[in-house]
Design a protein. Sequence first.
Length: 355
Amino acid sequence: MTKTLLLLPGDGIGPEVTAVAKRVAGRLIAGGLDLAITEARFGGAAIDADGVPLTEETLAAAKAADAVLMGAVGGPQWAGQSYDKRPEAGLLALRAGMNVFANLRPARCFAALADASTLKRIYVDGLDILFVRELTGGVYFGEPRGVETLPDGQRRGVNTHVYTTSEIQRVARIAFDLARGRKGEVVSAEKGNVMEAGLMWREDVQALRDAEYPDIKLTHMLADNMAMQLVKNPKQFDVILTDNLFGDMLSDEAAMLTGSLGMLPSAAIGEPGRPGLYEPIHGSAPDIAGRGVANPCASILSLAMALRHSLGRADLAAAVEAAVEAALDAGARTSDIGGALTTAAMGDAILTHLK
Ligand code: IPM
Ligand code: MG
């Protein structure tokens, strides 16, 4: 049966990099992949055209697709809006609406790029960490939230970090399952020394490990210590399990270890059989948008993750990943990784190596 891929190019460099991923998908379709591609407005582009960052029709299309490939959202022109009218609100609504509670963020350092990292080569060459970040709970969604004015005239701002056992264990399960296909080691991050909900996170993750995953080596680490360990000795990590907020911060840190934010893909998945949401980790990069110089690798590698996790074509995912690696080995570089290729030319270089 024909699978469907919905593209949400979004804002800034999103449309530029997504166009290259679309060309790669087009090549696979020409080679026999049974995939139908559709496209919809999202983020700031949807605010301008439809008044909201995510229309009901677009959310319905996302839920009906097999996979969704997003570009990026946001930009200075929408930054002054109230929270519900910002492009980012559309992304949070899309994640929640699709119920993609586990965000897989691989931080893998391609050998050809080890010198592009701000860390010395010995610390990052061969780096291969998989972040599993909880994506639909925690402080991003917790109630109560907001800013109120107190009787004495000062303001009081509130956001709530909240998790239930089932929310913790369903994302931990994904981390354990994925660790089984790797080194079998999971490090879980929280701040159980100051947060009750952090200690509960630790206990619930440990309980699941003891009940169902005795073969997995689970350790717990305070999130601040993990931030330090990631730059001190990043190769100690295999799979890292985090809540939504710590995962947001720590995955950006890990991404930079690999040389460029422009290289890293991500996959957001939920219950088996439900569509996944795929997106580069980099944002909309307003500073370089419209110039055709953005690195398309993260978007192409996100397409590869979609092929693996939602489209049932791990073979093609591996072929796309190999093509990116071969292009890098052959010296193809956009400016963020020390070269001068345009977005389109980088795409050409990768397509040359796609077997
Ligand atoms: C990310 C981004 C988003 C997040 C923003 C754009 C809402 O930083 O995907 O890491 O905070 O989750
Ligand atoms: Mg982030």
